[in-house]
Unconditional design. Structure first.
Length: 581
């Protein structure tokens, strides 16, 4: 993998040299506005200009693509609020490692947003916005070197917001929009509190760089090469047709590459020096900037293991969230996104309307005529409902003692497919319906004088009346140290009604290879005792809003759901709530 990354880096550097010496001037479609800036009409609803401004260090120059509504110039004659994306993915030459050598104009990463929202249309209810995309340091047309979520990037976010807010064509109010990494930069904006930041819409973001790469010191399988990938993205040049300053800025400054690779691999703890500055869970506690968040329970990219801690740590009364049975998608996406048709990937078609009401309220002071719920939650049956908070206020945790025993740390367990190996604890068939809603936590007392490190994984399941086990929640951790000791971990959240007649099962085992990369110790782990706290609602939910199942939900239920032979020795009394009220 390191050899491949080095090859990609060298190829990118060579391509920079090539395009820097042969870039033609971009002249087609140009016009001049009252400020003298050249505008290019690339969309029927907007006109594009490019700009450079300093980051907070006063040295690094950041690049911005600005799209004004059609016919609006860069003076203060028609100022609008700004919707801003700060991203590593807005290089003119493609979003990640793809190439767009012959394209013209800005990266179209959020053109689907502009198309669906009509944000550039002055005749839209609520009026027009200006859209701005700023490249993070080292990416696209911005100078410097990438910092993979560190303080240099956070400072660049501050500079980008304050620059956009200070322009003649801006009303001074900026809303940030992004998904995934550029959803993370939106949360950086909340942490930095730049002048002019009025609201943030963050879709499936990163909350802590460490938790994106690791879970309790165990590497996520899908992120093994992530840090290296972003060094390749940093090294990628602009298009041959980009202006000279863009090409100069896009030339790699490779000094940071080794720093990122070494820091991320040498530091396995969230409070370590590399990861601490990339953790927004603490730096945003109590912030009041309004946030519109989406988080999929069934995410395969940016997991939900920090989402609810982050959201519930914010202050203010204007925050909104969608929590549902979807994957790494934008709230407005459909199965055939290019044609804007087919089922919505969130199972609900109201996201764009709600998002624009959110922006209109906080950037234009337009009170909506629809009372959107603070939080909408989709349960495992595909039904959406309104909640004031999540986990809901009527959630209660119930503690059950799990069976003791031993397992061998082979690093081969797979929680998604309900492993037979491990220490199982299973309830009697439920006498009444219960509703799992929240994040379970477990404390395990392990012993292992021969264990400098070993793996531990815990899964929670619904076991149906025909003994099919469906995974509700999971968690993993690396066991450090020797001797008898307690290990605690918080598991993934979910919203899952469980009908009478089903059982609840919990397994303590060695690994979860469906999502994590384990290094097996090949030793025996003795589980002396364990307690799990399971979250359940006390009140039933009977009113549901618009929404339906999702493609990701159907896929997930087909992945899990494996037969489990329940043995008498597994069965014990679970502490459970009474009937739903």
């Amino acid at each position: 993998m390191r050899t491949r990354l080095l090859t990609l880096l060298l190829a990118s550097v060579a391509l920079v040299a090539m395009v820097a010496t042969s870039a033609p001037a971009l002249t087609a479609g140009l016009s001049s506005d009252a400020s003298g800036a050249e505008q290019v009409t690339l969309r029927e609803d907007g006109e594009w200009t490019e700009h450079y401004f300093p980051a907070g260090d006063g040295v690094t120059m950041l690049h911005a693509d600005v799209i004004r509504p059609k016919g609006y110039d860069l003076t203060d004659a028609q100022p609008t609020p700004v919707i801003l994306t700060v991203s590593p993915y807005t290089n003119h030459n493609g979003s990640t490692t793809d190439l767009d050598l012959n394209g013209v104009g800005p990266n179209p990463r959020f053109f689907d947003f502009l198309d669906r929202s009509q944000a550039l249309d002055p005749d839209r209810d609520g009026g027009a916005y200006t859209y701005v995309a700023v490249d993070l340091p080292g990416d696209g047309g911005s100078g410097g070197c990438n910092d993979w979520g560190g303080l240099r990037e956070q400072d660049a976010v501050r500079a980008a917001v304050e620059w956009a807010a200070s322009q003649d064509w801006s009303t001074g109010k900026v809303g940030m929009l992004g998904k995934s990494y550029d959803g993370w930069t939106g949360l950086m904006g909340i942490a930095q509190q730049p002048r002019g930041l009025a609201a943030v819409a963050s879709l499936e973001p990163v909350y802590s760089g460490y938790r994106y790469i690791y879970n309790n010191s165990i590497h996520r399988s899908s992120t093994v090469a992530t840090i290296g990938l972003f060094q390749v993205i940093d090294a990628k040049p602009g298009r041959p047709g980009d202006e000279p300053q863009y090409l100069v800025n896009s030339a790699p400054q490779a000094w940071c590459y080794g720093v990122n690779l070494a820091g991320s691999n040498a530091d396995l703890h969230e409070n370590g020096p590399y990861w601490e500055e990339r953790n927004l869970l603490l730096t945003t506690i109590g912030r009041t900037t309004p946030l519109f968040l989406t988080q999929g329970f069934l995410e395969t990219n940016t997991l939900s293991d920090a989402a609810f801690q982050y959201y519930n740590g914010l202050a203010g009364s204007q925050n909104r969230a969608w929590y549902g049975q979807f994957d790494h998608v934008r709230g407005w996406e459909q199965q055939n996104e290019a044609a804007q048709e087919g089922d919505y990937l969130t199972g609900r078609d109201t996201f764009m309307d709600e998002l624009m009401r959110f922006f209109d309220l906080h950037l234009k002071d337009i009170t909506p005529d629809v009372d959107d719920a603070p939080i909408v939650v989709q349960d495992i049956r595909g039904r959406y409902r309104d909640e004031a908070q999540w986990p809901p206020a009527d959630m209660r945790s119930y503690t059950t003692s799990l069976n003791a025993g031993s397992y061998t740390d082979n690093g081969s367990g797979n929680l998604l497919t309900a492993p037979a190996d491990g220490i199982w604890t299973v309830s009697e068939p439920l006498a009444h319906d219960v509703w799992f809603a929240g994040e379970p936590s477990v404390t395990v007392r392990v012993d292992g004088d021969t264990l400098p490190t070993a793996n531990l994984a815990v899964g929670v399941y619904e076991i149906t009346s025909d003994n099919q086990a469906y995974m509700i929640s999971r968690g993993v951790t690396l066991l450090h140290g020797t001797g008898a000791r307690n290990v605690s971990l918080q598991m993934m959240g979910q919203d899952w009604p469980i009908p009478a007649g089903s059982r609840i099962g919990v397994v303590v085992t060695d690994a979860d290879t469906s999502q994590f990369t384990h290094v097996a110790s090949r030793t025996t782990v003795d589980v002396l005792s364990a307690d799990i706290r399971l979250p359940f609602l006390t009140e039933d939910r009977t009113e549901f809003g618009p929404g339906d199942s999702t493609a990701r939900l159907e896929q997930y239920m087909g992945q899990t759901g494996r037969p489990l032979a329940v043995q008498p020795g597994m069965v014990t009394d679970f502490t459970l709530p009474g009937p739903l009220q």
